[in-house]
Design a binder for this molecule. Sequence first.
Ligand code: MN
Ligand code: MN
Length: 467
Amino acid sequence: MKKESPLEKKLLYKRKLVWDELDEKSRRKALNFAEGYREFLTRGKTEWEVVTESIKIAEKAGFVPLEKIKKGFKGKKVYAVNREKNLVLAFLGERPISKGVQIIISHTDSPRLDLKAHPLYEEENLAFLKTHYYGGIKKYQWVTIPLALHGVVVLKNGKRINLIIGERKGEPVFSITDLLPHLAADQMKKSLKEGIEGEALNILVGSTPHKDKEAKERIKLAVLEYLNKNYQITEEDLVSSEIAAVPAGEARDLGFDKSLIASYGQDDRVCAYSSLRAICELEKPQITSICLFVDKEEIGSEGTTSIQSTFLLSFLSKILRLTTPSAGESQLRELLFASKAISADVNAGVDPTYKDVSELRNSPRIGCGVVLTKFTGHGGKFGSSEASSEFVAYLRNLFEKRKVIWQTGELGKIDKGGGGTVAKYLARYNCEVIDCGTPLLSMHAPLEIAHKADIYSTYQAYSAFYK
Ligand code: MN
Ligand code: MN
């Protein structure tokens, strides 16, 4: 290949492979970073499990509950939790908080199958659980794979019972059946969307009849007896529960070279973990740095634990009042106006098998680093908050200084589809916000794929932003 001329070098933009730019030491660091990430994925498969795991990591790094700080706030590391599903961490900086903060927001919920209020039934001597899927899934991907149940059941007296079945060695798994090809002539004529219907996502959970031969539904009764013995719950208790079926098993390395991670839930725990590590490893920042995990992003960011709840605002006003006890609404608005935020979410990397949905001049590539997405939305930028060019320039400069390999992204070709993130909800507060995260393959599938170099580059980008 002809060598680049000085003029070409000066004028042309070139996408880079992260692996080409890292020295041996950084490469080892990147691979090491992925080890911790893989374990994090295995231990955190629901938003509340991610919060629990993240608190452990944060406390090791010196973060303490906010209410423990009474005075002398500079240089303190604090956190707060909302309804066990949101976590916010703040590393309080030298500069007054009223002059603005730096926030990285990711979401820790992922597409899955939630149990209905009355899930358990039996038919033809088999017991099943009825589900209602959560988030955007391709339903056909969720049948005939091993599933685990992760949940919380709240008894009438308020007692919470945690349950995880299907992850440990020796534990059973669960699964949704599908039609054998021999009898699927009619099903195979349907579209992928209709081939498996929502009401067909019934999870097989048992087949042993209760020994009471007089009982009406013996298989169902046996399942309930098991649940009652092991978890003290009755059928009615399931009404006040949140139980999710998620792909069973550990996150794994993928490829002969182990260069990729294959796991459920990488959208958006890859950004959550990267931002968590970035804030935990941060040394005394000048500007107060904040890491926030939100929930319900996959179903439109509604609800008390979503980005649209007042949790972040309450937290910000609490830390603002640590230094300015008289601060009120208008000071909080000024703080937000002076703040910078990253909406840390994944983007779709070009899949060589499905290239035709991507506009190849503007779509992110796997292995080419963290993705800056100036706008999301669909057809005509609809629904996007779009970052300012000033903010893009600021980050471009920062990434160059900190040697972060990055690329730009757009989610697919115009009019092929699209998607949104939490960015627009933050933009309402009039603070600078941009989407920045890891490119994935097979997004929203039971097994999503990310490149270890991109994961590390995401972490480097967030570290640079905080510094
Ligand atoms: Mn996401
Ligand atoms: Mn998503």
